[in-house]
Design a protein around this ligand. Structure first.
Ligand code: KG4
Ligand code: ZN
Length: 338
């Protein structure tokens, strides 16, 4: 008998609902919030209000699209952290009520593990599933981690950022250049027409497999401050080259530590996950390693990279197989925990 799971994601600024039948996605709908654009970042208070408005229509539409009656659902899985507390509470309250009303199990999902488990969604465009153990570079707006993935349930963080996340490095430098939030996808877009070697920015000196991105942001800030003194239109005149150079630097910083992790562990099955894995420069850098015969690479389908509920549903599916259910008094958490 197939297992049907409703997945709910509301950790940051996307409200998403997905229906999964075993490992196949039947629907994966996302309501993006545009209220944050004018503020240069996500405003937690506005995010939770928007989740309140979006959650019922998104879930209703997902059920209609999947053509699944709610009584057929075996369990409801939701993100219980890390994320913004007010946002997480909306998804968690809905999931609890839904589980209680239908008398079905409740499953809590760690958002960062779900990004990794997105690789296991059965999909005609992602046929190759990474074998265990593999390394996963998990790069999002809030986190940057190198994870040693031993099974669907066992994941060890072997490197992580000591300050900003890679997504923040993109978004904050984009903000310095006057671009709207989130700037990551815009930098990617402008970078396509730019020269990645046009400007050079320093790499951080951090030991082991850890990362740091706050210095890059500061060096770009000072670099632009000096250039703008000479030419007030410097950013406008060099937007493509600046974007390409910034992207190149961030990608190289990310890749250097993943290469080191691969050498240290001897693991050559390397995956990527999280919103920044949508970045074309990073995807290309991964494919270059594959083409050079160094790695077997695993990159999720675009729509499973940025925040989505399909990844929550697949993570819920694996927990369902182990009957790993949560009590109704479970509470969300804001900071990453294993
Ligand atoms: O995983 P995600 O959707 O949300 C979090 O869990 O944080 O990641 C969002 C981050 C943002 O910082 C956004 O700018 C970045 O992913 N991002 C990108 C691209 N698409 C999304 N960064 C660079 N290039 C992209 N194409
Ligand atoms: Zn995420």
């Amino acid at each position: 008998m197939s297992i049907y799971i409703l997945g709910i994601e509301s950790s940051c600024d996307d409200t998403s609902a997905a229906l999964i039948k075993d490992r196949k996605i039947l629907a994966n709908l996302i309501a993006n919030q545009h209220v944050h654009r004018d503020f240069g970042g996500v405003v937690p208070e506005l995010a939770s209000r928007a989740h309140q408005q979006n959650i019922i229509p998104v879930i209703d539409n997902a059920l209609s699209k999947a053509k699944i009656h709610k009584k057929r659902i075996d369990a409801v899985a939701f993100t219980n952290g890390p994320g913004l507390l007010g946002s997480l509470l909306v998804g968690s309250s809905f999931a609890k009520s839904f589980a209680l009303a239908l008398g079905i199990p409740l499953i809590t999902v760690n958002h960062m593990h779900a990004h990794i488990l997105a690789h296991f969604i059965e999909d005609e465009f992602q046929k190759k599933v990474p074998p265990f153990p593999f390394l996963c570079l998990t790069v999002s707006g809030g986190h940057t981690q190198i994870v040693l993935v031993k099974s669907h349930y066992e994941m060890e963080v072997i490197g992580q950022t000591i300050d900003d996340a890679a997504g923040e490095a993109f978004d904050k430098t984009a903000k310095i250049m006057g671009l709207p939030y989130p700037g990551g996808p815009l930098i990617d877009q402008y970078a396509q027409q730019g020269n990645p070697q046009a400007f050079r920015f320093p790499h951080p000196q951090v030991s082991g497999l850890d990362y740091s991105f706050s210095g890059l942001k500061t060096s770009i800030l000072y670099f632009l401050r000096d250039k703008l003194k000479e030419d007030k239109d410097f950013i406008k005149n060099h937007l493509n080259d600046l974007s390409a150079s910034i992207q190149y630097t961030i990608v190289e910083i990310l890749m250097n530590k993943v290469r080191a992790a691969s050498r240290q562990t001897g693991i050559r099955h390397i995956a990527i996950a999280g919103g920044v894995s949508a970045n074309s420069g990073l995807r290309k850098a991964f494919y270059d390693e594959k083409d050079a015969g160094n790695w077997n690479v695993y990159i999720p389908r675009f729509e499973y990279c940025t925040d989505n509920a399909a990844m929550i549903a697949i993570a819920g599916y694996y927990k369902y197989l182990k009957s790993d259910f949560a009590p109704l008094n479970t509470t969300p958490f804001t900071r990453y925990r294993a």
